[in-house]
Ligand binder design. Structure first.
Ligand SMILES: Nc1ncnc2c1ncn2[C@@H]1O[C@H](COP(=O)(O)OP(=O)(O)OP(=O)(O)O)[C@@H](O)[C@H]1O
Ligand SMILES: [Mg+2]
Length: 253
């Protein structure tokens, strides 16, 4: 019961932080859609076929952007999909790499694994944890436009009841003013068409919900390491019940 309330409080806080920016961020593509659709309607007969096609392409692009924002938020906010179970960290990595296979090939990136033997399971939602790893891997690929090496390491720091999952790239790295803001909702250095700036804030929200944290180390021109820390699975008696919370009950201010 207490655990449930705690998880819920954390989630509300994270969702609250996100919603602060959502109205604004969704408003941009919505405005563009509105303007373009209106002029398409008004000037329809005066426009060339080429103009019309351009405008329809804009409409599709802006709609996709709005859709990506909503999808990212739903990944995090949808309670009914939150299912806690023991998860083998190595399976997380395998599933993530499977999902990213095409992007990895296109990016001409080499993948290395450094996996400790006898890793203990973590306790969490397989899909959400995979989503977090995938966000980190896709960011790493974006950071290596000319190829490079992606290293995924799974470690058990000695003397601690947690595991560390590291995603390291040999990419562009980040100056301090970028590094300091990467977890802010909607912070992005990518073009409007490619980045929503939600990947890391949603990922951090998910990992915090699991009782963990994400750390980042980066050096301009050398690369970046994101480290996910997660508590190892607790003994069964301590494992809280998997919970179902009606999403309609969540007050979003
Ligand atoms: N591995 C990395 N190397 C360099 N910069 C990074 C890396 N990962 C994240 N960043 C920086 O952090 C910003 C925020 O990342 P985040 O994943 O939250 O959003 P995004 O990747 O821009 O958009 P989206 O995840 O929606 O595609 C990025 O725009 C980029 O500037
Ligand atoms: Mg991203």
């Amino acid at each position: 019961q207490r655990q449930e309330l705690l998880v819920r409080a954390h989630k509300l806080k994270a969702v609250g932080t996100l919603t602060a920016g959502v109205a604004h961020e969704l408003n941009n593509p919505m405005n563009n859609i509105m303007l373009t659709a209106s002029s398409l309607q008004e000037d329809y007969t005066d426009l060339t076929d080429e103009d019309r096609l351009d405008m329809v392409k804009d409409l599709v692009g802006e709609s996709e952007r709005a859709q990506k924002i909503v999808r990212n938020l739903l990944d995090f906010a949808r309670e009914s999909t939150f299912q806690l179970q023991p998860v083998n960290p190595q399976r997380l990595v395998e599933e993530t790499l499977r999902l990213a296979t095409n992007q990895i090939k296109l990016a001409k990136v080499k993948v290395r694994g450094e996996i400790d033997s006898n890793l203990p399971p973590v306790y969490g939602d397989f899909q959400q944890l995979t989503q977090v790893m995938l966000n980190l891997v896709l960011n790493a690929l974006d950071a290596m436009p000319n190829g490079g090496t992606l290293t995924i390491a799974l470690r058990t720091p000695s003397g601690r009841d947690q595991i560390a999952m590291e995603v390291t790239d040999t990419g562009i790295g980040m100056p301090e003013q970028v590094r300091a803001n990467v977890f802010d909702p909607f912070f992005t250095t990518k073009s409007a068409a490619t980045g929503t700036g939600l990947g890391l804030s949603v990922s951090l929200g998910i990992i915090r919900q699991h009782g963990g944290d994400i750390l980042v180390r980066s050096k301009v021109g050398e690369g970046t390491t994101f480290t996910i820390q997660l508590p190892v699975a607790m003994v069964p008696a301590m494992i809280p019940e998997s919970k179902e919370i009606d999403p309609d009950e969540i007050p979003i201010q």
